[in-house]
Structure formats: C-alpha cells, structure tokens
Design a protein around this ligand. Structure first.
Ligand code: F6R
Length: 609
C-alpha cells in the first residue's frame, strides 16, 4: 500500500514523480504529495488523487524530488496526514510506505522531548525521530537515518530529500518494496518498476534493512547497520504498453479481455500437448520434496486465496495429495504445524502482500520448502521462495484481480497435472485429455468474452440489487466466493458466496423474490445436486442467474437468466465460469458509476498486516 517515487537527475523531478505516482495509484489513492529541493524543502500535498496534486505543483524546475500516493493506515486521509512529512525544522521531507508499529511509544518520547506534531501519522513520528537522532548525534545525516531506522519496529519503504543535500536522495526498506532505477546520469526510487520503465530498464532491488544513498554520479547501498553491500543490477522485462489501457475504458476491462493471451503465455513452454506432459522448470530444485510430500499447504489472501481453494480441489482430486489452504494472516499467527517434510505454496499476484510474505517466512523458519506462484517478477515473495512458477499474466493494474486469478488457477492446474503424471494417479487417457482441454481454455475464454454484450444487458437488470448470493459446488465453490468478492469490492453491493448445499443451513433465510442468486451449474459431476439446490431457491422465489453449459436443460429450465460457457473437464471449469462473473461485476459497477479501477478503501498491493 502507498506508492513512492523519487528522482535525481537532469529532468524535472516534479514531472517524473507526478507521472510515476499516477502509475502507482493502484497502491493507494486517498491523498498524494510531492517535495522537491529548491533552496529549501518545497512541499505540495493534498487529500484526493494525484490529479489534484498535479494542479497544485506550479514550479517544476527542480531536478531532485520525491512523491507519495497514500492508502491511509494511521490518521484519516486529509491534507495534513498526506505525505511527505517533515521534522519540526522542516529540513527534510520523508515519504513512507509501511507501518511503524512502535510509533506510539516513540511519539510519547518525542513529545516529552518537545516535538510538536501536525497530524496523526506514524510517518510523521519517524520524521521527528530522525530529526531528534540527528540533533543528538550531530553526525552525518545519513547515519542519523540509519540509527533512527534501527529503533523502529514494523515495516518501511522510505525516501528522503534534505535541503542541505541538493544532490542526494536517500531511501531504505524493510518489508515494503523499493527498487532503484539506474539510468544514464539519473536515478529513481520507486515502489515498483512502473514509474521508471520509460527511462531505464535497469533496476536494483533493495532487500530488508538496506539503505541506498544516491547522488547524481552513482549510488551506494549499505545495511542500516552501515555494512556496504554489492547489489546485482537486474534487467526489467516490462514494456510501457503493458501498463497502459490500450483503448479500453478501464484497466479492469482490459485485463478481463487479456485472459486468453495471459493464459496462453502462462501455458507456453510448460504444457507440452504432444508429449502429454507438463514441464515446470521453476519447480525442479524442489521436485524431490514435492513428490514425497505427505501434504501440501497453501497460504494466500483474497482472490489469491480463492485460487488456492481451487488448487486444493485440483491437487487432491488429480494428484491425490492432501492439501490444506489457509488465509496467510491466520497461518502466520497460529504457530502452524509445518516442518521440513512439508511444502507450502504461497500465491500472490503482487508478490508483496505482507501476510503472505510473513507466512512464507514462518514456514521457512520451520524448515518447510516454500514454492511461490507469483505474478510480479523480482517481487519480494518471488525472491524469498525456494522455487516457484511465475504466472506470467503481465501487469495487473485494476485493483480487482481478474487475469491473475485465472493465471494462478492455470499454474495450480499444471502443478496438479505434473504431480498426477509423475505419481501416476490418473489414467493416461484422462491425463492426456486434461492436457488437451487445458490447451483449449484460452480459445474458450475468448468465446465467452465475445458475448460481453449479453452480460452487460443482464447487469442492467440487477444494477440496483442491494444483495447477491453466489452458489457453487466442488470446483465451482471457490468461484462462487470469487464472484461475490468481485461484486462487493467494485460495486459495493453486499454479496456472499457459499457452497450450494450450505445454503439451507442459514443463508436460505435471506431468499425472497428480491434476492439475485447466481448459481454455477455446469454439466459436471455435481450437476444433479446443483439442480436440487436451484429448485430450493426457486421455491422461495429467488431470482436465479445461472452460469451453465449449452444444453443443460435441467438448469436452463429453472433459471430466470442464464449465461452459457463452453464444456470442459470439471476440473478446469473455474477457468471458464469465473469469466461471466467478472464481467457481471464490471458492468454492474459501471452502471452504478463506481470507480472500478480504484474502488474505495482498497489498494492493489497490501503491504500492511
Ligand atoms: C481482490 C484482490 C485482493 C488480492 C489480495 C492478495 O480482487 O485483488 O483480494 O487478491 O489482496 O493480493 P496478492 O495476490 O497480490 O497477494
């Protein structure tokens, strides 16, 4: 959460920073601010989006500056709590992503030492702490920053400019992502690579407790305990085109429509149709462990947790290995029973989610082997896992996850099929057929997307429904959860997903003639049971919207509205049934004039616990 950009070089720092912040807005967008060095520290900040900040910045001549787009943790989003923050004498400006967990204790000490605070943020406390440490120690400013950072608990990605150092940009990280862009006589710091790709493809990823001091001639990385580090320079594989809307009105719609391409990319070189096998090179280092694992654990959050649930059905169903799926936030705090014999799969689009990262570290500390299923190349989770499979969905910028979900499920399907092949848990003919069916998924998704107009019409009927229920069984139960999450997060309609049979244990009390009930009822092994559940909804006059397969008359005859998806193997059906649900949510949210790419209160990369 929160996006940081810093610049030092020969361009207008304000232009680079503002443009960069717009690209980072997915990380938080309740307030924004910028500082540059022009004689002194000049700060502009405001509640609202980066566009509002842009209007405030008139002088754009300075070539050293930094900026921030905020997702509030401590203190409401307003002009005062917006970053950058300063100490009492306004000598420097600091932007921060993360949480200073001991800010309260530090603030009390600083108040006792005479510091006066303007707002309520933990970041302002850090700024005053640095100022105080510098005042007391009297040495180099960068050493004061180091010493102050040693006193904080929690997470930080920070950048600082100081009026006495018009040729220096300081940055450090613990827990929150930060990278350095290395250009020709210019340098950048940013929370991810999107603000810098038009200037340079060379980056250095900072690791925890590292600080970089950048001048116009170069940069130096040391730990916050002042130990010099030699860092590798990585080449980015990201293009500008990938992070632009490409003619679509919203990133979310673009990303929904990118799914055939994203899944084809994800399968490329891994799904060897003619050889009837799967090759996942990234898992080779841990293959022995994986093949003998008595159970596999999965930890993730949100949509990634939903794909983990699909993964559970896939790995148990196809490879016959017991799987446990945990919310990463619960896993980490419950002294998990995991050890050297176990394998943990962590799933994360961003690769930066704080709880998922903490689950990974907890499992590693207990000796488990950890595999990542991650989208963002070079992200912290990707770097800290023992092995992994990138989902290769390309940048996902819309806050609601769409293509990452289907690409994650695609990777989990490949893991399940690879294990099934090696452990011989599936008849050869079924394995062959599943591999062929998986190969056909991108074209089938394209087929559903071509019927977007049909779903847009359906959305008109239910735009103002206050509640929705989503029901599914087996492989489609997690899809019910995902459909409900997608709707609530972008349209603010209350929605719940349930295993269809659970409905009669409580939620059925909600059903009346006003309740839309989305049923995922393809012609699969639980179709008869779904039909019974649909009858139960119908008997209570619920409004049935079915996602089904062509010719499934038992369902089609009961539903008030139906969207069909092509036939596929039961195990692959989530890759198809989720598509109409994504589109339905999108169109309902648009009809309700919601900001689908940046829904209220949310952020794309949840780097706080
Ligand atoms: C929902 C959504 C979130 C994320 C969750 C985990 O549309 O995007 O629920 O899935 O915050 O994020 P990652 O996958 O980046 O770890």
């Amino acid at each position: 959460m929160c996006g940081i950009v810093g610049y030092i070089g020969h361009r207008s720092a304000a232009d680079v920073v503002l443009k960069g912040l717009k690209r980072l807005e997915y990380r938080g967008y309740d307030s924004a601010g910028l500082a540059h060095i022009d004689g002194g520290v000049v700060i502009a900040k405001t509640k609202g989006k980066v566009a509002a900040l842009d209007k405030l910045v008139t002088d754009r001549t300075a070539t050293l500056g930094l900026g921030h787009t905020r997702w509030a943790t401590h203190g409401e989003p307003n002009d005062v709590n917006a970053h950058p923050h300063t100490g009492g004498d306004r000598a420097f400006a600091l932007v921060h992503n993360g949480i200073i967990e001991n800010y309260d204790v530090l603030k009390r000490q600083l108040l006792a030492q005479g510091h006066v605070f303007d707002g309520e943020t933990d970041t302002e406390v850090l700024a005053h702490l640095i100022e105080e440490v510098h005042r007391v120690s009297g040495g180099e400013f960068e050493n004061a920053v180091r010493m102050a950072l040693q006193q904080v608990t929690g997470t930080f990605g920070i950048a600082i400019v100081h009026r006495d150092f018009p040729d220096t940009l300081f940055a450090a990280r613990r827990g929150s992502p930060l990278l350095v862009g290395v250009g020709e006589h210019e340098f950048f710091v940013a929370s991810d690579a999107s603000p810098i790709i038009e200037y340079t493809q060379h980056v250095v990823y900072l690791d925890d407790d590292e600080m970089v001091v950048i001048t116009r001639n170069g940069y130096e990385v040391k730990t916050i305990r002042n130990v010099p580090i030699t860092k590798a320079v990585h080449q980015l594989a990201l293009s500008l085109e990938q992070i632009e809307k490409g003619g679509y009105p919203h990133f979310m719609l673009k990303e929904i429509h990118e799914q055939p391409r994203a899944i084809a990319d994800c399968l490329r070189g891994r799904l060897l149709v003619d050889e009837h096998r799967i090759q996942l090179g990234g898992l080779e280092p841990v293959m022995d462990k994986l093949l003998v694992a008595k159970r596999i654990c999965i930890a993730a959050c949100g949509t990634s947790w939903h794909s983990g649930l699909v993964g559970e059905y896939l790995i148990e169903g196809l490879a016959r290995i017991p799987v446990e799926v945990a919310y990463a936030s619960e896993f980490r705090y419950n002294d998990p029973l995991i050890g050297p014999e176990d394998v943990l799969i962590v799933i994360s689009q961003s690769g930066e989610t704080a709880d998922t990262l903490a689950a990974l570290r907890e499992a590693k500390a207990k000796g488990a082997t950890v595999i990542g299923v991650v989208n963002v190349v070079g992200s912290t989770i990707a770097r800290e896992t023992d092995a992994g499979v990138y989902i290769h969905a390309g940048p996902e910028i819309g806050v609601a996850s769409t293509k990452a979900f289907t690409a994650q499920v695609t990777v989990l399907t490949m893991i399940a099929l690879m294990l099934a092949e090696r452990k011989k848990t599936l008849p050869a003919a079924r394995l062959k057929q599943l591999i062929r069916d998986l190969h056909d998924i991108p074209a089938k998704i394209a087929d559903i997307l071509a019927r977007d107009a049909e779903i847009a019409e359906l959305a008109k009927v239910f735009t103002y429904a206050p509640n929705f229920l989503y029901l599914g069984r087996s492989y489609n139960f997690p899809v019910a959860l995902e459909g409900a999450l997608k709707l609530k997060e972008i349209s603010y309609i209350h929605a719940e997903g349930y295993p269809a049979a659970e409905m009669k244990h409580g939620p059925i009390a909600l059903i009346d003639q006003h309740m839309p009930v989305v049923v995922l009822a393809t012609s699969d092994h639980v179709n008869d049971k779904m039909v019974s559940n649909i009858e139960e909804v119908r008997a209570r006059k619920g409004r049935i919207i079915a996602v089904t397969t062509p010719g499934n008359d038992a369902v089609l005859n009961l539903a008030e509205f139906a969207v069909t998806v092509p036939e596929t193997d039961d195990a692959l059906s989530p890759l198809l049934t989720v598509i109409p649900l994504q589109l339905l949510s999108y169109h309902i949210a648009i009809n309700r004039k919601c900001d689908v790419d940046q829904p209220r209160n949310l952020a794309k990369s949840v780097t706080v616990e």
